[in-house]
Design a protein around this ligand. Sequence first.
Ligand code: ADP
Ligand code: MG
Length: 450
Amino acid sequence: MVRLEVTSALRAEQSRYGLTIARNLADRIADQVVQDEPYQTEAAISASLKSDSDLHYAFVIGMDGKLFAHTFGTGYPVGLTEWNPTGNKEETVQLLATEVGTIRDVGVKVFSGLPAELHLGLKETRITVTQERLRNRIAVGSGIAILGALLFSLLLNRYLARPLNHLIAHGEALIRGEFGKRVGLAGHGELGALAATFDTLSQELASSRQRAQETMRQMLRTEKLSALGQLSAGLAHEIRNPLTSIKILFQSFLESSSPTRKDIEVVLSETERMETLLKQFLAFTHIEEATPQAVDLPEVTHHVLYICRYQMRIQGIEVATELAAMPPVLADRAMIEQVLLNLLMNAVEAMPEGGELHISGGITVDNRVEIRVRDSGGGIPEAIRDKIFDPFFTTKPEGTGLGLSVIHNIVGHFGGTIDFCCDSTGTMFAVSFPVASDMTTKKTGAANEP
Ligand code: ADP
Ligand code: MG
């Protein structure tokens, strides 16, 4: 496009140039044409041909319209005079395709309105050379442009796209919670500064998470320790009472006669109480030794119901079960049995005058397995609702207050939860666990432990 425009401009320039020298030459030879001196005319036009490399030929048509002088030597082209294109015009420019290339024939009248005319043939050498130069320059130019673009895109890639992608990838890692990774884009100007901010942020997130985890672990440790301490103190206190009664009785046996049946019954019941306390207390300490296995909750529930059936019958409790089939949970069967037994016993103890016990279970919306125990025992007073899980909290004269805290401990150990809701008509406790397949993928190590 550029080259075409340049070329046509060059051609117009060459036409103007040709016309100018033709006019000069015509003025110079005018006298010789009038005086009919073809040799001098030929000498003059040959001289200008030599002085200008662009001139290919020159010829003059005389006043009679015939070829008067020319630079073709012996053999001039046939019909040269018929080329005479000027006609009535003062000047003409025409392009001739010849064996030496395109020739620009510039014709001018030697005298205005008379037949004599001078023709110069101009080669397009200069235009070709210029075109060539132009072509080279354009080639070099576009080469440079392409190189520049390449370099630019390389730089863009190196200094912008790549670091940006890098930053984005690190941002995504942060979102995934992969803290502490370094972007490592030092010396990238503003992007480098951004990367450094990213690095700092990532490091801070990593260390603060570590701190939080450490605090959490510590809290759990102290919580556990204090719970155990609390339990031990509670246990010592709880055991002291039956032990004292037994001691007093034995002292009386030493001082007086043999023990009565009533004395023996008291010793037995106090011993049983201590045994129960110890058993429940051990549920806390032995939980770490639990052997998780696939436990079928409905099966364990039926088993526990069977154990309690006698007690429920004499208390006039009606039982309804609604247990859907469910996948097993990964837990210790004996411990789960203890959980369900404690829940059932609490329900039974809440209905001394009889009532309805409703046991249901199935898969929850969030894909957990759940067992619900509902009684019609009048509910839990609001004032004590936040204490019922505390160890040794009890409202029963014969209670240990360990049942719910043991349940809480066991359920939590196997990834489960325990909730309750109640009103004046009764209470419902619900325990839920993740299904065994979910657990195995997360806790394979625990499952394989000996
Ligand atoms: P314990 O049964 O030895 O009292 P738990 O830890 O099992 O100890 O229960 C603590 C307290 O929670 C009970 O004393 C009782 O006040 C209350 N509670 C538990 N379950 C029920 C229930 N189903 N209905 C009413 N109160 C309940
Ligand atoms: Mg209980």
